[in-house]
Every structure is written in C-alpha cells, then in structure tokens.
Design a protein around this ligand. Structure first.
Ligand code: HEM
Length: 450
C-alpha cells in the first residue's frame, strides 16, 4: 500500500477512526465493511489501513483493466509476499516478472486439458471412498471432510503421493499457516521479529513441518529417478534454456504453493455447495434428478461430465455467493487510471469477487441462490469480469479446469448416495481468511435418500 505523499484526488471511503483508519471496521466485519463500501461509495473506494491506502475496485470494467488490459502495471500485492513468502518462497502464487513467467510455463503442462482429464479416476475413487466411509444418521464436519478429500486428491494426482498417514499434521500446519497470514496482515502494533510470541512459535512449527514433509517427498522422487509424468516429475526434470534445473527448495516452493492453492479453495467450494443445497431442497432435488438420470447407480466418470450441466450450474452459483478466493490484491508498479481516479505507484488495488458477485447491477436479487443464472444463455449475457471465481488474465488460476472437474465429480458422487442436512440451527458465519470458509466448520447430518 502507499502512504499519502502528494495531493491527488482521492476516491470516497468510510471516514477513518483516529487509530488505525478503517482497520477496526475491517476487523469487526470485513465482508460487511467491504460490501457496504461498494454500495455507499461507488466503483472505486478508498480503504485506509493505518497510514496505508488501498483502492477497492468494484466495477467489472476496472477489474478487467487490472487483470487483463493493463496487467503489466501490477504485481502481486506486497502484503502477500510479506506474509506468504516464509512458507511458499517465491512460488507461483506470489512470484512476478520473468521468474513467474518461466515457472508458470514449466507447471502449465500438468494442467493442460488432456492431462487434467487423466486425474478424473483418482478424483472419483477418492470421493467414493469417502462417501462409503460415511454412515446414515451420523453428524460430520463436512468442512473438515472436504478439506481432507481435496488434499488427498491434489497430493495423489500431482505428486503421486498418498499422504493419508501424515494428513492430520499437514492439515494442522496448513491451518496455522492460514491463520497466521491473516493475523499478521491485520496487526496494528507489531512486536520486533525476534520476540518469540506463542503465535510465532506455532508459525515456526508449521513452516518446519510443511517444509520437511515436502522435502521428503521430493527427495524420494529424485532418489527413485522415476519420471511419473506428473507435476512433481515435471518440476524436478524441467530445464531452463540455459540448462539450469530447479533446486530442491524451488521445487518445494512450487509444490507447497500448489498444495495450498489447490485444496482449500475447492474444499470450501464444496462445503458451501452442500450448505446451500441443504437450505434449498428444491435445487437439491433437481440436482439429484440429473445425477440419477445420467449415472443411475454407477460412479461418475470423465465421459459423464458434459451431461452433468445442472451440477455445474449449482457449483458456479455456489461460488458466486461464496467465492473461495473472496479477495485478491495487486501492488501498482506504474501509475494507472481506474474509474476516473489516478492510482499512484506503490498503492494496493483490492479486487473482491465476494462483493462484485453480490452486486445487483449484474445479478438481480443477488442474495438469492439460483443456479439458473448459469444456464448457458444467461451466463453468456453476464458482463465480463462480473463473475470471477478464478480471477482472470495472465494470472488466472492455473488449476481452474482441474477444480471444476473435481468439484463436479465430488458433488455427483456424494449426491448420488447421500443428502446432507445442517446439524445445528446456529447461524452460518462466513470467515474471510485467505479463503472464505464457514466459521467453526460445517457440522451436517448424513441422510440416506428415501
Ligand atoms: C474452486 C477452486 C479454486 C478457486 C476458487 C481458485 C481461485 C484462484 C484465483 C482467484 C486465483 C488468482 C489469484 C490472483 O489473481 O491473485 C488463483 C490462482 C492460482 N491457483 Fe487457484 N483456485 C482454485 C483451485 C485451484 C487448484 C485445484 C489449483 C491447483 C491444483 C490451483 C492453483 C493455483 C495457482 C498455482 C495459482 C497462481 C497462478 C499464477 O499466479 O500463475 N487453484 N486461484
């Protein structure tokens, strides 16, 4: 973010408190504060975090400028680098420039359409295994189950590694990571780095755990000398034009980045989908009708995906209301004009799928869950960048086709066998951490279809 150094026309925004600017508003209710900003102050809104200024961009045309048309004027936000680089080094999610371009092109083949199709069997097999382990009448934390399922899938498909043994430690370390990232980015008063607070000790443990487990996987693969044709082999064997290979640490950074970016997002998409279905039995019934009509009793396969059209609409609409990547940000590296305002170099631009997806200008009656919004004709009439669960432009999610396929297969496999009902009447509160997840998990009762 930038500090105010010279006088430029600033966009409107919530008046700042004496201490912390808008930070207290944000910490009290980030989603409420940011949504209210858009409704009250328009398409470009000033956000003050202490002395730092950020620009909240709410119009799809301006989003397109940032992500696509003038993408070269932006880098990934410094705040992400500051908070994530300890874990992810210079991995794909936070790197920029030539290094990012090279790494992206090295990882890309693992996500090509044809390659992704080969992952379908694992996705289905793991979903069926989870589905069969559930019992009618039991209550399960679906958020937790989905997190495990997508973590297993990403590890198996991209690294050919079965991590079920270590899963709890990995999951716990990832959880500590995500919390520390948020806490760090919201701190008003920061103690010197050498003060060993309990939070910092937890964070150190989580970094060491994740690094150790990933290194072990890489070293085993190197030692085996085997080329399995998966992402891990691609990263290990990739050579630059000058014949250089990645070090173990670079491979580790890319691998961890993909594990992090590639499981919790999809897990949250699934959890929110099951929540929404439990609240909308009429949508659920229509979804199940499609799944039974297309599949009967057999497990879903790659070949079924084109017929599961309503299934896809349900997932898209769920990601509209609860986009797992609810916000992302950029640092301005070259002054830029957006929505009539000059945005100076070094400022932060904030893009919020959560807010844009609930804007009545693009989505009538925006709070309503209505998968028909994504029927082919209606989807085609949406303005570009009014719906952006996977971002856009050169930094668009590399795992986007992977995630959609995985989500469809998981949803079809579960709905074929079970319906899930909330096990508590307590209100569901979305918690905007790095991804958008339900606070306290999502306890649900497993019910057999009658
Ligand atoms: C529903 C699931 C997912 C959602 C909603 C999602 C969303 C996103 C978004 C919005 C971005 C762009 C962020 C930005 O522009 O700052 C992104 C980037 C990324 N995603 Fe995903 N993602 C999902 C699944 C996955 C999966 C399954 C993988 C890999 C297996 C993955 C790997 C990545 C990577 C590596 C990047 C950084 C790409 C780059 O900057 O070149 N994501 N994701």
């Amino acid at each position: 973010m930038t500090t105010l150094t010279h006088s430029i026309k600033l966009p409107p925004g919530r008046p700042p408190a004496i201490v912390g600017g808008n930070l207290l508003h944000y910490r009290r209710d980030a989603l409420g504060y940011l949504t209210d900003n858009a409704r009250r102050y328009g398409d470009v809104v000033l956000v003050r975090f202490g002395k730092y200024l950020g620009y909240q961009i709410n119009h799809p045309d301006d989003v397109q400028q940032v992500l696509v048309k003038q993408a070269h004027k932006f880098h990934k936000a410094i705040i992400y680098k500051a908070t994530l680089s300890e874990y992810l080094g210079n991995g794909l999610l936070i790197s920029d420039g030539d290094f990012w371009r090279r790494q992206r092109s090295l990882a890309q083949p693992a996500f090509h359409y044809k390659r992704v199709q080969a992952y379908a069997d694992v996705m289905t097999e793991y979903s069926l295994q989870m589905r069969e382990s559930w019992r009618a009448g039991e209550t399960r934390d679906i958020a937790h189950d989905m997190m495990s399922l997508t973590l297993f899938i990403v590890a198996k498909t991209l690294f050919d590694t079965d991590i079920r043994g270590e899963q709890n430690q990995i999951a716990e370390a990832l959880e500590v990571l995500l919390r520390s990232v948020i806490e760090q980015s919201q701190k008003i008063i920061r103690l010197p780095d050498w003060v060993p607070t309990p939070a910092r000790q937890r964070k150190r443990w989580s970094i060491d755990t994740l690094h150790e487990i990933t290194m072990e996987i890489i070293q085993q693969r190197r030692a085996s000398g085997e080329d399995k044709g998966d992402l891990l082999s691609m990263l290990i064997s990739a050579e630059s034009e000058t014949g250089e290979r990645m070090t173990d640490e670079q491979v580790r950074d890319e691998a961890l980045t993909i594990v992090l970016a590639g499981h919790e997002t999809t897990a949250n998409a699934m959890t929110w989908t099951f929540y929404l279905l439990s609240e909308h039995p009429e949508v659920e019934a229509r979804l199940r009708e499609e799944v039974v009509r297309v599949l009967g009793d057999r497990p879903p396969t790659l070949a079924d995906l084109p017929q599961l059209t309503y299934t896809e609409q349900v997932i898209k609409e769920s990601m509209r209301l609860y986009p797992p990547a609810w916000s992302f940000a950029r640092s301005v590296i070259e002054e830029v004009e957006l929505g009539g305002y000059t945005i100076p170099k070094y400022s932060t631009v904030i893009i919020l799928p959560y807010v844009i997806h609930r804007d009545a200008r693009w989505f009538a009656d925006p709070e309503r869950f209505d998968p028909d919004r994504f029927s082919p004709a209606r989807e085609a009439s949406l303005p570009k960048y009014a719906y952006l669960p996977f971002g856009g432009g050169p930094r668009i999610c590399i795992g986007n086709a992977f995630a959609m396929m995985e989500a469809k297969l998981i949803l079809a496999a579960i709905v074929q066998r079970w319906r899930l009902r909330r096990a508590s009447d307590a209100p569901v509160v979305p918690e905007p951490l790095v991804t958008l997840r339900p606070k306290g998990g999502m306890p649900m009762r497993v019910e057999a279809w009658t």
